[in-house]
Design a binder for this molecule. Structure first.
Ligand code: SF4
Length: 910
């Protein structure tokens, strides 16, 4: 008997999405993919993964990968070249521009997706050897205001607390954070604290999000008014003698000025309620709760950071924790939730234009220290340009060479369309990427360098609680893909810096990074991982998650900061900051009466280059949309399920309309994820104004003045095909991955005949075609079967009665169809006997709305727990729990209505 092949052991690695930094066990499946599970031994998640992490195996396909270096040809096409000429092209281009125009003319734009080792090498080359600090990162759009707030208050960019504080808190305050969707595994810890120790949850957000649904107190604050709320709280704490004067006296400076400013902005509860447009009783309840609860953790995220006054908001939050001494002790402290997997690691190595390396700045002493450590021939002398300024410098022709690594700024930056045009001016435009095509590549990149992707990369990332974890490779490098640190080092060597960039591997880079953190560091610098500077390659390979600081002279463990002061300022005292009065940056007016708030969805990440490949992640919200309050929808003549044209001073987009009272009046919300590849009419970055925070340079992404107008299409439909198809210009569409192919949801003014012809053209000779045509109603349904499977189809109908794609999609994803299913397919709906699946609500277990409604309506499930028991929905990451609760309520209400309108029974005698 043949022995079974050995099952490859699972590799311990880290999720590549959000800043929670969950540990993942990945076992190669032998076919280029992997099986994925949460790592029970990782302290960030103890084995739990959210829907995005759990679907990682669906994102490993090489279908869209960039596998070889490519060079743009004179005719605009891209042609494959070897690594040597590609690297020579980059090095030669940088050298020529540097010699002619100086270091201010070159720039790198990096990413919180990069590993620390990649970031370190890129930053070293630019700031130490090319003499420019124009190294910025997409983290500037994410958490730069937290960095600036930390540095102003603490003298260093440090998160004082650890995740365990969330387990040990009695009050958790979430400000501008939809943690249920954006940090789902950490959010489950919050839910556990609520359940196990009866911690209270206060959610402060202009939008009633999934997170707000779980709150004990939800404060629907007016956009941009967080500073006023926390100033009001500081004044209240002072008035009720709830301050910790011992802590203030011993460890801080600037309290008197900060309190005076707080009293100017929001002197009492009434003034706070007026400024924030909150109910006075709710403000009082929040203030009382905060006063009465020593163990309070205030978590904040993009709703605070992505603001033209984001740094002041961060400091207003930190102020109340300093004033009560609630910092650095179990269950208490301000806590910045990082968006990206390695935003923290990027900050550690100086991945921001206003940092040098290892949390050092640009003082003469720090410049000299880093210069000596690197033996650097050409140190940058001052801070460089931050992201928005950097791209505007490209627009003005000041920056002539740009190297983008692992990010898609042509979609994500404010005024993204103008930025795409600006990129065309570059003399040298290099992109290190995983994918063959995205908006940035299509903006005219001259050289494409194939970079390793998640699963192939080897290095470290640091999560929101300062925990450094290994990302380990469990798949071979495909094609000619290489790690980013290797690519940058090879360019550096071709520029003549062979000795300084002669790394033997990621461990070698890490050791140098760790040694720099400890170099001439007698405890005056917060970031010190000198204890890891002499790890052998084997020890680096085996490294368990470790929290920094990890000094050479200390045992490793979890360290909180600042319970006993010892801040990283000259006098070791924290600084209270007197914030500016909060104000909306750009006023709304008659032309632009609404405020556009942008954000993320539960199951998508950034511009969907990875999550967009996962059928189950695409099944939750397959189309781009805006959320709008019913009154605003009525005023703008928008209907739920229709389309809106959204316009700002910078651009426009066309989106589906979702009318919801969860949205405040005057505010609309749109997700950021869609790109030219997935929905070219729905690129939200194009609409956003470039208003930057003066301290952090982080752009305001939450309150761009906008207007929404109804837009009509005559027909709507969908195509399900085994390969992507093109549609005529003018067609509005959104692409979504489906198992075994691609889905295209579209809206069009092309007549059904056009789609009928297109469908027939798409079918192969071997396809057995079934069609339903109703010319009078404008309905076309064409399906092609191959070997009993649905091979492809196009369904089109009048926009108002658009065909539903859920049922047909599940048949497309199924194997061979039964005769009955084939017959019912063209009916296009559940009314004819096929089970209605609806959009997927629980992505972890692929449970659709139809099944949930059915379980509730039949009485089988009356609670979230019942749904979990019967369908498993909501029992893994829990991020759909709020939706489950809403479905139960809606279904119950619908049943109640049906009972009410039921006609009285006819008397037997009638
Ligand atoms: S919460 Fe989800 S996205 Fe974030 S790290 Fe964990 S598994 Fe990944």
């Amino acid at each position: 008997m043949n022995a079974l092949p050995p099952h490859p052991p699972a590799v311990r690695t880290t999720c590549p999405y959000c800043g929670v930094g969950c540990g993942v066990l990945a076992a190669p499946d032998g076919h280029g993919g992997a099986t994925i599970a949460g790592d029970p031994a990782h302290p960030a998640n103890s084995g739990l993964l959210c829907s995005k992490g759990a679907a990682l195996a669906e994102t490993l396909s090489l279908g869209r990968r960039l596998l070889h270096p490519m060079l743009r040809q004179p005719d605009g096409s891209l042609a494959r070249i070897g690594w040597d000429p590609a690297l020579e092209k980059v090095a030669g281009g940088l050298r020529a521009i540097l010699e002619r125009d100086g270091p201010a003319a070159i720039a790198f734009y990096l990413s919180g997706q990069l590993l620390t080792e990649d970031y370190y090498v890129a930053n070293k080359l630019m700031k130490g050897f090319l003499g420019s600090s124009n190294v910025d990162t997409n983290s500037r759009l994410c958490m730069a205001s937290s960095v600036a707030g930390h540095r102003r208050a603490f003298g260093a960019d440090i998160v004082p607390g650890i995740y365990r504080d969330i387990d040990e808190a009695d009050l958790i305050v979430l400000v501008g954070s939809n943690a249920a969707w954006c940090h789902p595994v950490l959010y489950q810890r919050m839910m556990r604290a609520k359940r196990d120790r009866r911690a209270k949850l206060v959610v402060i957000d202009p939008r009633r999000t999934a997170t707000a649904a779980d709150a004990d107190l939800f404060l629907p604050i007016a956009p941009g008014m967080d500073t006023a709320l926390f100033c009001g709280l500081l004044a209240y704490l002072a008035d009720t003698l709830s301050l910790d004067y011992n802590y203030i006296d011993a460890h801080t400076a600037g309290f008197v000025e900060a309190l005076a400013r707080a009293r100017e902005i929001a002197p009492d509860v009434t003034a706070t309620a007026d400024a924030t447009k909150l109910d006075r009783a709710d403000v009082t309840r929040f203030f009382e709760l905060f006063c009465a609860t020593p163990r309070v953790v205030t978590c904040f995220s993009q709703g605070v950071n992505q603001s033209a006054q984001g740094t002041d908001k961060v400091n207003a939050i930190i102020n109340v924790h300093l004033a009560t001494g609630r910092i650095g002790r179990p269950g208490m402290g301000p806590f910045s939730l990082t968006g990206q997997p390695n935003a923290m690691g990027g900050r550690e190595v100086g991945g921001l234009a206003n940092q040098l390396a290892a949390h050092m700045g640009f003082s003469p002493a720090e410049l000299d220290r880093v210069r000596r450590f690197w033996n650097a021939p050409r140190m940058a002398a001052h801070e460089g340009l931050k992201a928005v300024d950097l791209f505007e410098a490209i627009e003005r022709g000041k920056i002539k060479a740009l190297w983008v690594m692992a990010t898609n700024p042509a979609v994500s930056l404010p005024r993204a369309a103008a930025m795409r045009e600006a990129l065309k001016k570059l003399e040298l435009f290099v992109v290190s990427e995983n994918v063959l095509s995205n908006d940035t590549v299509e903006a005219g990149a001259h050289v494409l360098l194939p970079a390793a992707s998640w699963g192939e990369k080897d290095g470290t990332v640091t999560n929101s609680e300062r925990r450094i974890s290994r990302q380990r490779a469990f798949l071979p490098l495909p094609g000619e893909a290489r790690p980013d640190w290797w690519i940058v080092s090879e360019v550096a060597r071709r520029l003549g810096f062979d000795t300084a960039f002669n790394y033997s591997g990621a461990a070698d880079v890490f050791r140098e990074h760790a040694a720099l953190s400890a170099f001439e560091n007698k405890g005056e610098r917060d970031f010190d991982i000198g204890g890891l500077a002499s790890l052998s390659d084997a020890a680096y390979d085996a490294l368990d998650p470790v929290m920094w600081p990890a000094r050479a002279d200390q045992s490793r463990g979890e360290e909180r900061f600042f319970a006993a002061g010892e801040f990283f300022t000259g006098d070791r005292r924290a600084r209270f900051v007197a914030p500016e009065r909060p104000r909306p940056r750009a006023a709304t007016n008659h032309a632009f009466p609404l405020r556009l708030n942008t954000g993320r969805l539960r199951d998508q990440w950034h511009t969907m280059t990875r999550t967009g490949a996962s059928p189950r992640l695409c099944a939750h919200s397959p189309e781009p949309f805006i959320e709008i309050h019913p009154a605003d929808a009525k005023a703008s003549k928008l209907t739920d399920g229709g389309f809106a044209k959204l316009t700002t001073r910078h651009g426009s987009a066309i989106l589906k309309v979702a009318v919801t009272s969860g949205q405040q009046r005057g505010s609309i919300f749109a997700p950021i994820h869609w790109s030219g590849a997935t929905a070219p009419h729905a690129r939200i970055g194009e609409l956003v104004a470039p208003a930057n925070d003066p301290f952090s340079g982080q752009p305001e992404l939450k309150t761009t003045p906008a207007r929404a107008e109804a837009i009509e299409f005559a027909y709507r439909g969908f195509a399900l095909t085994r390969h992507p198809i093109a549609v005529p210009p003018g067609t509005w569409f959104a692409r979504a991955a489906v198992a075994g192919g691609e889905g295209l949801l579209f809206a069009t003014n092309e007549p059904p005949d056009f789609w009928h012809s297109l469908a027939l053209k798409l079918m192969g000779e071997e396809d057995e075609i079934a069609e339903y045509v109703d010319q009078s109603r404008g309905v076309i349904r064409v399906a092609g079967f191959r070997s009993g499977r649905l091979h492809g189809c196009i369904f089109v109908g009048p926009a108002k009665t658009a065909p539903r794609w859920d049922v047909v999609r599940s048949l497309f994803e199924a194997g061979v169809l039964a005769e009955r299913e084939r017959r019912l397919l063209l009916s296009g709906g559940s009314g004819d006997g096929l089970p209605e699946t609806g959009p997927v609500i629980c992505a972890c277990y692929g449970v659709g709305l139809g099944a949930i409604r059915k379980a509730v309506a039949s009485g089988e499930a009356a609670s979230v727990a019942d749904i979990g028991r019967t369908l498993r929905a909501g029992t893994n990451c829990g991020s759909c729990v709020a939706e489950l609760r809403a479905i139960i309520e809606q279904t119950a209400k619908a049943a109640e209505t049906r009972v009410r309108v039921k006609p009285p029974p006819v008397p037997a005698s009638a």
